[in-house]
Design a protein around this ligand. Structure first.
Ligand code: DGL
Length: 275
């Protein structure tokens, strides 16, 4: 049985730094909330692994956060959301919010010509996570999906505005341009870090959907609706845990969040929660 109250932290996990794009939104929107973030940097990327492996990792990541007594878990990883969200909800009683549904709703609101592009990891795209949800809600859409696996290591490397990144983006995104999409779902939480390059390649008239932003709005509604929003007038504390290379994570995270990270710790999630 979980015991949490309004001041209990929000738990966020991702395979690495991608979930920071969600954490940044949460910090801006809900500055008084305490946050525990776990980035599975020892096992990133998830997007090239099998569904079974991603589900197993997701169980371990969620269990780690539950042991930190969080009041809600944000699966800040589209890959884990696409294959593990229902299984996580079956296994754990704690509220769990994923990326797919909020991103889908925002894309449906945005499109004018009904042509939507979805980019994500191999796992997210091959499981048709977004396209089946989009089609379920609106039959008359034309959807093009494209896995962009190199975007994850490029982002982890910090090559956010590198010439090589632009070349790769041009190669990946040409099909979406030819398809004349007016909306692109950034179906991986690493991708908003490359939003500048992606926008440049797609053109200003195309709307990019940041699934983390959509999910943050849902988290705010959820906390308000359940009366579990932290109403303290103090700024929240933010604790970061990773499974490898804490110093590298800290430097990328501080650059991206624009603030000093005071608590970062390396943990061995695999041996702690195996099976
Ligand atoms: N950031 C993740 C996602 O949203 C995972 C990237 C990866 O580990 O492959 O899909």
């Amino acid at each position: 049985m979980q015991f949490f109250n309004k001041t209990s932290p929000i738990g966020i996990f991702d395979s690495g730094i991608g979930g920071l794009t969600v954490a940044k939104r949460i910090i801006a929107m809900l500055p008084n909330e305490n946050i525990v973030y776990f980035g599975d940097t020892a096992r990133v990327p998830y997007g090239t692994k099998s569904n079974e492996t991603v589900v197993e990792y997701s169980y371990q990541d969620a269990q780690f956060l539950i042991n930190k007594n969080v009041k809600l878990i944000i699966v800040a990883c589209n890959t884990a959301s696409s294959v593990a969200i229902n299984k996580l909800k079956e296994k754990f009683t704690i509220p769990i919010i994923g990326m797919i549904e909020p991103g889908t709703h925002l894309a449906l609101k945005s499109t004018k010509n009904g042509r939507i592009g979805v980019i994500g990891t191999n796992v997210t795209i091959s499981n048709k996570a977004y396209s089946s949800e989009l089609k379920r809600l609106e039959k008359n859409l034309e959807i093009i999906e494209k896995p962009c696996p190199l975007f994850v290591p490029i982002t982890e490397e910090g090559w956010l505005d590198h010439e090589a990144t632009k070349l790769i983006a041009k190669e990946y995104l040409q099909d979406l341009k030819d398809f004349e999409v007016d909306t692109v779902i950034l179906g991986c939480t690493h991708y908003p870090l490359l939003a500048g390059v992606i926008q440049e390649v797609m053109g200003e008239s195309v709307t990019l959907i940041d699934s983390g932003m959509a999910a943050s709005l849902e988290v705010e509604d959820y906390l308000n609706g359940r009366g579990i929003r932290n109403d303290s007038n103090q700024l929240g504390t933010h604790q970061f845990y990773v499974s490898d290379l804490p110093a590298k994570f800290k430097s990328v995270a501080e650059r991206f969040l624009g603030t000093e990270i005071k608590h970062i710790e390396k943990i061995d999630v695999d041996s702690l929660y195996r099976g």
